[in-house]
Ligand binder design. Structure first.
Ligand SMILES: O=c1nc2n(C[C@H](O)[C@H](O)[C@H](O)CO)c3cc(O)ccc3cc-2c(=O)[nH]1
Ligand SMILES: C[C@H]1O[C@@H](n2cnc3c(N)ncnc32)[C@H](O)[C@@H]1O
Ligand code: MET
Ligand code: SF4
Length: 368
């Protein structure tokens, strides 16, 4: 066994103890698309799912500067949505039949962003997390289910908002120490894994994933997937794993991963994760049709109303397009909530979230 504290940067500091069986890693490294089943195939998924969301970029301030990211704004230019902005976006989303309020924003802005904190203080908040709690309340009031991905979170931060979220998420990205995360303030795999573990401890249905093509190698991809699988085995909380190709933008002008790389990585994800954990590829970034047979069963959150603010150059396909993809694969397209069905009970969700689940389900007129 490889004990990850020995090999994963930051694992020791964050006391993350996951073990990876070298034999499992070797097995995954030899997996290819021919070894897994796609929708409609024997043993493959019997449908494709997606969720309808609105993307709410609470703040563009971020403590990190990941070199592939076009999302964050430097101090002085960073934005903060007001409670009224949040309500407005939620209303528009609810009117368009969305079920999910996706709060994805900069990781815990640091003290270079004094103006953001001054504004938060004016609104009665001393952290982005207490403000996120208010934003989640607004979303629930408007009939949407919050799914927050604020990046890394301490146990205290996650506990502050967990009861108002249907599910939460953070991309592991990778277990490797990479140039793309270089700099004095940087994402550390150990801290990401600790966030995923905290979600397990707090009983939060969770979305995570890997970012493909940021400098990691095949062994890193296998290890990243196995680290996710190890934490899921402990807590049973990982509902889906996103296999996200890094996509070029004005800050990242490298080639995205090839179709062949994506095919093999998706197959590795399918083979390395338990069957109940969905494998998602984002339909605006990946060549979904050419990846289905590698084990994809979910198309993620798509929005009829808002942009993908993380990847603004990549438009969402229309619902018709998703339906055509499912048709081609010979399986039905099913709209899901941001929380997967198996987690919809009192063990996993608060009364408040369950109440909104009931409203959303009873007014469901999606007809997919
Ligand atoms: O529109 C996006 N949605 C992203 N989502 C949303 C995701 O597709 C849905 O919110 C989940 O499938 C839940 O329905 C993420 C959610 C996470 O928990 C973690 C990472 C992402 C990444 C993106 C993203 O880059 N763009
Ligand atoms: C919210 C998630 O968006 C992903 N992310 C950030 N930048 C990019 C990019 N250029 N292409 C694809 N995904 C990206 C990261 O994986 C982050 O965790
Ligand atoms: C554009 S990334 C948004 C979420 C968070 N900052 C993360 O990287 O996980
Ligand atoms: S990917 Fe997330 S953590 Fe990295 S710079 Fe962008 S917003 Fe910040």
């Amino acid at each position: 066994m490889i004990r990850n504290p020995d090999v994963i940067p930051g694992a020791e500091e964050y006391d993350v103890d996951v073990t990876i069986d070298p034999a499992e890693r070797e097995r995954l490294l030899s997996v290819g698309p021919e070894d897994v089943a796609g929708p409609g195939e024997d043993g493959g998924p019997d449908h494709l799912s997606f969720a309808r969301n609105v993307f709410i970029p609470l703040t563009t301030a971020c403590r990190y500067t990941c070199t592939y990211c076009t999302y964050y704004d430097p101090p002085g230019q960073a934005s903060l949505l007001s409670p009224e902005d949040v309500r407005e976006i939620c209303r528009e989303g609810a009117d368009a039949g969305c079920t999910e309020a996706l709060f994805t924003f900069g990781d815990d802005p640091d003290d270079r962003y004094d103006a953001i904190y001054d504004q938060l203080a004016e609104w009665g908040h001393d952290s982005i997390h207490t403000y996120l709690r208010e934003a989640c309340e607004i979303a629930l009031e408007e009939g949407l289910l919050p799914h927050a991905n604020p990046g890394d979170q301490t146990r205290e931060q996650m506990a502050e908002v967990a009861d108002l979220n249907a599910s939460m998420g953070v991309m592991l990205e990778t277990t490797a120490d990479l140039e793309a995360h270089s700099g004095s303030r940087r994402k550390e795999p150990g801290q990401r894994l600790a966030t995923i573990r905290t979600a397990g401890e707090l009983g939060v249905p969770f979305t995570t994933g890997i970012l493909v093509g940021i400098g990691e190698d095949w062994a890193d991809r296998a290890e990243s997937l196995l680290a996710i699988a190890a934490l899921h085995e402990r807590y049973n909380h990982v509902q889906e794993v996103i296999v996200q190709p890094v996509s070029p933008n004005e800050r990242w002008d490298r080639e995205p991963p090839s179709l062949e790389t994506m095919r093999r990585t998706v197959a590795m994800a399918r083979a390395g994760l338990p069957e109940t954990v969905s494998v998602q590829v984002p339909p605006n970034l990946a060549r979904t049709r050419d990846l289905l047979d590698c084990g994809v069963d979910d198309l993620g959150g798509v929005s009829p109303v808002t942009d993908d603010h993380v990847n603004p150059d990549y438009a969402w396909p229309a619902l018709d397009e998703l339906r055509a993809i499912a048709d081609d694969a010979g399986v039905p397209l099913r709209e899901r909530l941001p929380v997967y069905d198996r987690y919809v009970d009192e063990d996993w969700l608060s009364e408040q979230v369950l109440a909104t689940v009931s409203t959303v389900t009873s007014t469901d007129e999606t007809g997919t």
